[in-house]
Design a protein around this ligand. Structure first.
Ligand code: HEC
Length: 486
């Protein structure tokens, strides 16, 4: 079933769109959270780095600071070349000079133990072997020598993730007091100072946040899925019902069509079989009247013979019109734009006796080709002209005017007469079969307009009656010009 497959495809597409949409949002949200976490870690690293830098500058500005000697702060052997490394206060308290690196290292060691943030000062030319760079620091210092001022990276230290920040240390005038002997000049890279911020707490926080987001997004996704699935089930049930109903309708339609065809066939055959006796009846009645010496017949017999003849003629006309009515819906020739003038010439020939009897004047204005087969176009004009002629006023000259008008997608034909006219309320009724306003055997069979309507409507056209400018009626019909109309 094509519709069912289409529905399945639609449901699948809805699931896909909904899932990708939510997946996309989740991905975006997690990316934002991760960026935010990195930003926080960077800020923490930067703050610690700046503070270390401030301490170092402060100590360098003072050329080092004197502190009391204790277990943790012995005199620095690397400063043994400096005069007055160890001094004594007048009261005998012993003080030693702490250089900036020494001071900072002590600070960093204690800080690291307390908060997990590690500071480090390092160089390729070491005065204190404890300051030896690790692989990452060495790589960073190589980059400093190439002109970089700072390196920022997340790497592992002892298997744990750390955000590491290291800045370059350039030799300044103040440094030379103690480092001058190593051969440094002002502006050279002396080494690097850095901090490492442990990332584990940040990552754990991010993990929790992601888990929460996952739960929320999964819930939203589920709600959407329930919606999509129930919609799909509902639509499927509706579609199944529709398919059943459609099949029923189709069967009914076929049954009606079959019945209609059978009935039409029956009517056709009946008309055909009735035509033969009607013709024979008429011709023998005529023969009888012509052959027998009218002197031999009394009045009664002559009148009877006349009635038989009239009845037979009427029966023949009726059967002919019934046959025409039955055939009115089907083309009897090539469906194509047809010139009405050809059809009208034939109609004039067929109705020549009637036209002469009524002394009718038929005026044909310039016409347009109409989309209909010639035999039915001829029938159409014939029934309409015959209608106008038989209903014409007997006391005046009969005038009939035929004109055409272009209606964009149809051609409109008007047949106007100066007859007695039809009251507004009967103008629709006269298109019914056997709908005569006044039963009148000499005024046609009563099927003519029904035939005309059937021909016009079989081509999706319209036919109706208006008041004529000549005093009678105007029968107007529109025939669509498109070949696409059945
Ligand atoms: C008061 C003397 C003194 C001054 C001033 C001084 N330093 Fe040092 N610096 C030292 C000593 C002593 C060490 C030995 C390491 C320790 O004590 O940890 C050291 C170590 C270092 C280290 C670690 C590498 C190593 O050799 O162990 C760097 C880098 C450093 N100093 C850079 C500087 C810079 C840059 C300046 C100027 C801004 C400076 N120092 C000023 C005395 C000084």
């Amino acid at each position: 079933m094509k519709e069912m497959r289409y529905l399945k495809l639609n449901s699948f597409a809805a699931v896909l769109v909904w899932s990708t949409l939510l997946g996309g949002f989740l991905y975006y949200d997690v990316t934002l959270a991760r960026q935010h976490m990195n930003e926080l870690a960077r800020k923490e690293a930067r703050a610690n780095f700046d503070k270390d830098q401030a301490f170092r500058l402060w100590a360098t500005r003072h050329g080092g600071v004197y502190v009391p000697i204790d277990d943790k702060t012995p005199p620095n052997p690397a400063l043994s070349k400096i005069p007055e490394r160890d001094i004594q206060t007048p009261s005998g308290k012993k003080l030693t000079l702490m250089n900036p690196a020494y001071m900072l290292r002590q600070l960093m060691d204690e800080f690291g133990e307390l908060y997990g943030i590690k500071g480090k000062i390092t160089s390729f030319k070491l005065m204190n072997p404890n300051n030896e760079p690790d692989a990452w620091e060495a790589e960073a210092m190589h980059q400093f020598e190439q002109g970089r001022k700072e390196v920022f990276e997340v790497t592992d230290i002892g298997g744990e993730p750390y955000l590491r920040l290291m800045g370059v240390m350039l030799v300044q005038q103040g440094c030379l007091k103690c480092h001058g002997f190593q051969g440094y000049k002002v502006g050279e890279v002396r080494g690097g100072v850095g901090v490492s911020v442990p990332m584990r707490p940040y990552l754990q926080e991010l993990d929790t946040a992601i888990r929460q987001k996952l739960i929320i997004f999964a819930a939203i996704w589920l709600i959407g899925m329930v919606g999509i699935v129930s919609w799909s089930l509902l639509a499927r049930r509706r579609l199944r019902e529709k398919i059943v109903i459609d099949a029923q309708l189709q069967r009914q339609h076929e049954a009606i069509q079959r019945a209609n065809e059978e009935l039409t066939h029956f009517a056709n055959i009946s008309a055909h079989h009735l035509m033969e006796p009607a013709r024979r009846l008429l011709s023998y009645a005529q023969r009888l009247r012509g052959g027998v010496d009218s002197q031999l017949l009394d009045d009664d017999a002559r009148l009877s013979l006349q009635y038989i003849e009239q009845g037979a003629a009427r029966m023949r006309d009726l059967i002919r019109d019934i046959e025409r009515y039955l055939a009115a819906g089907i083309p009897r020739g090539q469906l194509q734009p047809t010139d009405p003038v050809a059809a009208l010439t034939e109609v004039r020939r067929r109705l020549s006796k009637l036209i002469a009897d009524r002394n009718a004047h038929i005026e044909i204005r310039p016409l347009l080709p109409v989309y209909l087969d010639l035999p039915r176009l001829t029938d159409l004009f014939e029934v309409l002209l015959a209608n106008a002629l038989v209903h014409a006023k007997s006391d005046a000259e009969t005038r009939i005017e035929i004109s055409a008008q272009d209606q964009k997608s149809a051609v409109r034909i008007r047949i106007e007469d100066n007859g007695p006219g039809i009251a507004e309320e009967y103008r629709e009724r006269v298109f019914g079969v056997f709908e005569q306003l006044k039963p009148n055997p000499s005024a046609g069979t009563g099927i003519g307009l029904a035939i005309a309507r059937r021909i016009v409507e079989s081509r999706n056209g319209k036919i109706w009656i208006e008041t004529s400018t000549q005093g009678g009626i105007a029968v107007v019909f529109d025939l669509p010009t498109g070949a696409d109309i059945l």
